[in-house]
Design a protein around this ligand. Structure first.
Ligand SMILES: Nc1ncnc2c1ncn2[C@@H]1O[C@H](COP(=O)(O)OP(=O)(O)OP(=O)(O)O)[C@@H](O)[C@H]1O
Ligand SMILES: [Mg+2]
Length: 386
């Protein structure tokens, strides 16, 4: 008898909106609680990344052949990331219950007549190369149920970080920023507040030729342009009531350059203004939606930007703002851990979304299972090796 899907090792894979790298994490669920066993950050081949970003931002014409090839190429990179993690941690593939693979989002349009969200990274390639069942396509069941398909992190945030009687906010500073409000009464809310690092990365690449503004040094060398900041903050997205989610197809460089004020502003001042945009939009969302929160626990790559973290601390005073590392949770692997958890939820037939967050009509079991080859599966059952 194979052991219950409730226990054992799961592997989570994600590349977020920044497409900075593929995060891979091996998670052991001990009495339902995820314990991170090993992590790996896998680089993207730069040509593939450039192509993905061009498509994701609508800069490249959509060519169906190219999309088909890209799906497989991304699948291979995700498989490479998983295999590297298994090898580096000395983990045998047949001890892993399943891989939860988010893939790479190329479009996220959860509103309109035919709402959709599109992640690439062929799960059959990952299953074939790793010999492990793969759960993928986590967002679409929520969108089909009238939800945003995002954010999906709040359920895990609640499991790991909720404290009864205390309102906390978990803030994910990825390409996009999202907050999870863990209310004192146990209820959970959450939504995307707007850009976090995505615009900062893009402007830094254009003017410095570097993929991100390490430690916010470029932003710190400029000063905030209030006229540009006001114009950016006037965007309708910030005032929209939740549920709401957004992505790179909306907040990208073309969005920035549509603002006529930009032309008169020095590049370093634009970088400072973009950092302020992230800090202000996040702080406003928190003060409006979680006025009684005493603590903001931050995760995602933006936690390494000390200029951004300091500014958030100032704007959110007297609330304390710190990294989830303070609670023993690696801020760089919480998102990948969520996809390991979501894979386990799928195998257990349990929901992964929170309708109060995504706006879906109800809880939904998320993701589809792509089984590794029958030969691998039957040998696993008969050898009893898990
Ligand atoms: N030392 C650092 N200084 C400044 N920024 C950093 C640093 N390290 C990482 N970052 C930022 O973090 C980003 C990556 O963060 P993360 O991986 O959480 O984003 P993501 O993959 O887009 O995730 P999400 O799906 O949550 O949007 C980088 O693109 C960069 O902007
Ligand atoms: Mg990332």
């Amino acid at each position: 008898m194979p052991p219950s899907a409730a226990e054992g090792l799961y592997l989570g894979l994600i590349s977020g909106t920044s497409a900075d790298s593929i995060d891979a994490v091996l998670v052991d669920f001990i009495r339902g609680t995820p314990q991170v066993q090993a992590t790996h950050t896998h680089p993207w081949p730069s040509m593939l990344r450039d192509h993905m970003l061009a498509l994701a931002q609508g800069e490249a014409a959509v060519d169906l052949d190219a999309v088909g090839r890209l799906d497989v190429a991304i699948g291979h990179c995700f498989a490479d990331a998983a295999l590297h993690l298994l090898e580096q941690s000395g983990t045998a593939a047949d001890t892993v219950r399943a891989i939860g693979s988010h893939g790479q989002t190329l479009r996220h349009r959860p509103s309109g007549e035919h709402p959709f969200t599109l992640q690439l990274g062929d799960p059959t390639v990952i299953a074939e190369r790793c010999g492990i069942d793969v759960v993928a396509d986590f967002r679409r069941a929520d969108v089909a149920a009238g939800g945003q398909g995002a954010p999906l992190l709040p359920a895990l945030h609640a499991m790991l970080l909720a404290r009864p009687g205390r309102t906390r906010v978990v803030l994910n500073l990825g390409g996009i920023a999202n907050i999870t409000v863990l209310d004192a009464d146990g209820s959970v809310r959450g939504f995307d507040t707007g850009p976090a690092n995505g615009l900062l990365d893009a402007w830094c690449m254009r003017h410095r030729g570097e993929p991100f503004d390490r430690d916010g040094v470029f932003a710190a060398s400029g000063k905030v342009d209030l006229s540009l900041l006001d114009a950016l903050l006037a965007d309708g997205y910030f005032a929209l009531a939740p549920p709401k989610s957004t992505g790179r197809e909306y907040f990208h460089l073309d969005w920035l350059t549509t603002h006529p004020q930009l032309a008169a502003v020095h590049p370093a001042d634009v970088q400072a203004t973009l950092l302020e945009l992230t800090a202000r939009s996040v702080a406003t969302a928190i003060t409006q939606h979680a006025p009684t929160a005493e603590e903001v626990l931050a995760c995602g790559g933006g936690t390494h930007n000390s200029v951004l973290m300091r500014r958030l601390g100032e704007l959110l005073t007297p609330r304390a703002v710190y990294s989830t590392a303070q609670y023993g949770i690696d801020p760089d692997f919480l998102e990948a851990t969520a996809f390991a958890w979501l894979a386990r939820q799928r195998l257990l037939g349990l929901p992964g979304n929170l309708p109060a967050v995504t706006g879906a009509r109800g809880p939904r079991v998320l993701g589809a299972i792509y089984q590794a080859s029958a030969a691998v599966s039957s040998s696993r059952i008969f050898s009893g090796a898990h």
